[in-house]
Design a protein around this ligand. Sequence first.
Ligand SMILES: [Zn+2]
Length: 325
Amino acid sequence: MKNSIEVVLGIDIGGTNTKFGLVDREAKVYFSESISTRAKKPAQELFSRLFTRLDEILIARSEHFEIKGIGVGAPNGNYFTGGIENPPNLSWGTINLVDIIHTFRKEPAVLTNDANAAALGEMKFGAARGMKNFIEITLGTGLGSGIVVNGQVVYGHDGFAGEMGHIIVERNGRLCGCGRRGCLEAYVSAPGICRTVAELMADTNTDSELRQIPFNQLSSKIIYQAAEKGDMVALQAFEVTGKILGEALADAVAYFSPEAVILFGGLAEAGDFIFKPAKENLENNVLKLFSNKVRLMPSGLSHGEAAVLGAAALMWNELNHKVGC
Ligand SMILES: [Zn+2]
């Protein structure tokens, strides 16, 4: 009989696509695939397709895999209950995903939100290896944060701690998707920087190639490309975004004293355009006690596999701590 390879199944559920893959203890991804989430259909439908596809893959592969567990990253995922509560972009309402998974598979399963999964992935496989205190910031359509203190993700009493995207950085500021005003993610996220560009163009006469682009076609990538060419509005938009991020991080440092803040996601790929003003404003605003102690770093997870690695790390973490294997 062939030796079996111990792996966990990592699943990352997004509003449009769901990624899944098998990952061993050393971050080797044996395969990963993406299927459409079909957010308007019930969660059972997604898992039925996912596990049918997994079975096909397991039969087709030459290796024999022993799946030790299933880790899931999902919007509004709750580590304590295994449920998700009214996730944005999914019409599932409040349901228990772990219970649904167990109608298909018998392996242990555990769930958290995508930013916490990314933090665990970073700690096990990425830039935070060896760290016990750091903050992972995911910059995409929103701003997610996974906060690790003393080697543990901070979940809070109800499983939802670490919502830095919704700390208020400007009273009565921009309307946020959560219904309140002035949240960090209304400024520091892909849509946030687009709104900043629109405001800068409305408030000034500065020449910019971005004036030719309709707002609904604007993206953080287009702003980045314009910044690379020296476009003044694009450069200023990154300055503003980095400044607001740096100021918010200075406050976070006072709470958690992390050794690093790791930026992950599309907007973080703008490199120095976002890192420089963020670092500068972090240092300008942080309590002297923490001056020059906090590193601001890019993620060490490869972009394509980060979501699956994070979800897998969640389960490996669980197995290492609870089962002792
Ligand atoms: Zn908000």
